[in-house]
Design a protein around this ligand. Structure first.
Ligand SMILES: C[S@@+](CC[C@H](N)C(=O)[O-])C[C@H]1O[C@@H](n2cnc3c(N)ncnc32)[C@H](O)[C@@H]1O
Length: 186
């Protein structure tokens, strides 16, 4: 299974033209472009990444695809998602996507970490509309990855009364990525 494709398929069933979405780990922009195409010209995507270089490339890509107008781009730590994004929001958010870890073929030391990821997931969850959804894709094979995934799992358990969650992984592979699909209770 290709987990990034699976996450997009699941989001595509939920997200509508005109909606508001967040890409909390924009990187090379595959999810940002997907979200921008899905929300259409009347929607908005807020895309965050801590790497200035990734953000510059993302802006070029969005410009080439004529999508700049529907995407707000932030070079920032997503732990600060509420401070950075909330002032730019016209309403609560329909969907947020997280693709954790590091950018492939890039500096592996610039990776997401348990503490900042938990602040970001918590912040994004607070920005979601009731009935909104969030995907979190975690990788356990790199240093700190399993600890980060355990942190997300514990956070979800502690919020079990407020949300519904599906966990998707390849049970036959101990190194399988984990995809959580989270729906905030209406
Ligand atoms: C797996 S990559 C995301 C790939 C991206 N979804 C794409 O389509 O190319 C993870 C990204 O998280 C970013 N990142 C790491 N720590 C971060 C943080 N604290 N805040 C925001 N972004 C962070 C990295 O720079 C990297 O681009």
């Amino acid at each position: 299974m290709h987990f990034t494709v699976e996450a997009q398929k699941i989001v595509a069933d939920h997200l509508q033209p005109g909606n508001i979405a967040i890409d909390a780990t924009a990187g090379n922009g595959h999810d940002t472009v997907f979200l921008a195409n899905t929300v259409g010209p009347h929607g908005k995507v807020h895309a965050i990444d801590i790497q200035g270089q990734a953000i510059e490339r993302l802006q070029q890509t969005l410009s080439q695809l004529d999508l700049l107008e529907r995407v707000e781009v932030y070079a920032a730590d997503h732990a600060l998602i509420e401070q950075v994004v909330a002032p730019k929001l016209s309403s609560f958010v329909d969907c947020a996507m997280f693709n954790l870890g590091y950018l492939p073929h890039s500096d592996k030391s610039i990776t997401t970490h348990r503490a900042s990821t938990l602040r970001a997931v918590e912040g994004a969850y607070r920005l979601l509309k009731p009935g909104g959804m969030m995907t979190v894709l975690a990788y356990v094979g790199h240093p700190g990855g399993r600890d980060e995934a355990e942190g997300v799992s514990a956070w979800l358990e502690s919020h079990a009364d407020d949300l519904r969650v599906d966990r998707i992984q390849d049970e036959s592979n101990p190194q399988s990525p984990i995809l959580w699909v989270i729906k905030k209770n209406p």
